[in-house]
Unconditional design. Structure first.
Length: 391
């Protein structure tokens, strides 16, 4: 018997393809799990039982006809503010995934820092009840961490995929800006997955974004697998953040463990970047400020410094957030987006992977960042980290 609660997306797809289970069985198991366990988590605002069963039956019929669906029978959650009409949700459904419900987001008028106060009431962090699950993709992070679904859609305009992934100790991937239609006029917000495993996020990438072209829009050659260890630049602060000591130590410790595996060498980046807050807010308020072209702040000093860094290093690593998860009252003066929103401006792909826990049990995430359009290489490196540190 295949139990979807414990399986990766790839394992579910393989089991459905070989007849070991069916889409209907996987979806029914997810629906039962939500009925039994989501009352304590409140990850879902709406559950679409009949629609999901009908869709699962359609997937089973397609598989029986010989259709090759790369996500056949995978139950997923979809972020409520996007629903099933978003670009990413439509691609996932076309590949055989079955949305089972809408995941919680902050309610109208809710202060953005109190992410656990969603439009469906408090959403609980399954890893550490009493702390925020992060946001704005709060329900998606909680649903995956609680084992209700193996993958859920999210969107990231300042860190809204990576932060809940970090605080719920799962995986959150923000693709390169421009790889799919932006979710906002400013071009800051990009869809992405929250998943149990890096491989699940990479399967999302292949389904939703497609395989990377031989060259990007600027004629740069596709990155090749490099021989020898990857060169990773480490920056705890990016030059402008005040970072909680325990968070920095936990993220650096996870990176050090990865280095001891021989897969990477770690180097202090010495970055002194400018705080992007004013620029982010200006662009959010006036989307016309964005330059024409590839949708990134190409002339920005931070972008130029990062280009110099990626000419020397394969990856940049930081803590995913400057602060640990906060309670329902919010983080006070801490800017939880302080290490993430820069990359919404510059367009770099980034992924948050679990780094460990503080002494009080609060989860910590490690953020890995790659050169624009090197999404495949980024997730390949993250999978190596997962295998070397977490497995």
């Amino acid at each position: 018997m295949v139990h979807g609660r414990r399986q990766s997306v790839s394992a579910i797809v393989a089991a459905v393809a070989c007849g070991q289970t069916s889409a209907s069985e996987m979806v029914e198991e997810a629906l039962v799990g939500i009925r039994r366990r989501d009352g304590a988590v409140n990850a879902f605002c709406a559950v679409w039982e009949e629609w999901a069963r009908d869709r699962a039956a359609e997937v089973d019929a397609a598989v029986a006809r010989g259709a090759e669906l790369p996500l056949a029978g995978v139950p997923i959650g979809v972020k409520r503010s996007e629903g099933t009409a978003s670009f990413q949700a439509r691609r996932l459904v076309a590949a055989g995934a079955v949305p089972v419900g809408a995941t919680a987001v902050p309610g109208p008028g809710t202060e953005w820092k109190t992410w656990g106060s969603t439009d469906c009431g408090p959403t609980v962090n399954p890893r550490r009840p009493g702390l925020s699950p992060g946001g704005s993709s709060a329900g998606s992070g909680a649903a995956v961490a609680a084992g209700l679904v193996p993958l859920a859609t999210a969107s990231d305009g300042a860190g809204s995929t990576r932060i809940p992934a970090a605080w719920c100790s799962v995986v959150g991937y923000k693709p390169t800006s421009g790889r799919m239609p932006a979710r906002d006029a400013a071009g800051l917000t990009v869809g992405g997955p929250i998943a149990r495993r890096v491989g699940d996020a990479d399967l999302y990438r292949r389904v939703v974004l497609g395989e990377r072209p031989t060259t990007d829009g600027h004629g740069r050659a596709e990155p090749r697998r490099k021989a020898g260890p990857l060169r990773v630049a480490w920056s705890a602060t990016l030059g402008f953040n005040r970072v909680h000591a325990g968070v920095a130590e936990t993220a650096a410790g996870a990176l050090g463990e990865w280095e001891r595996s021989g897969a990477i060498t770690v180097h202090e980046a010495g970055l002194d970047l400018d705080d992007p807050g004013a620029r982010w807010r200006a662009l959010r308020a006036s989307p016309a400020l964005r330059p024409a072209g590839d949708g990134m702040w190409g002339g920005d000093r931070n972008a130029a410094r990062l280009a110099e860094l990626f000419a020397e290093f394969d990856l940049l690593a930081t803590p995913a957030t400057p602060n640990p998860p906060h309670g329902p009252q919010g983080p006070g003066e801490a800017m939880s987006v302080g290490l993430t929103w820069l990359f919404n401006l510059t367009g770099h792909p980034a992924v948050s992977v679990p780094a460990g826990f503080l002494d009080d049990g609060a989860p910590v995430g490690l953020q890995l960042v790659a050169d624009p359009h090197d999404d495949e290489a980024l997730l390949r490196a993250a999978a190596d980290y997962e295998a070397g540190v977490l497995d």
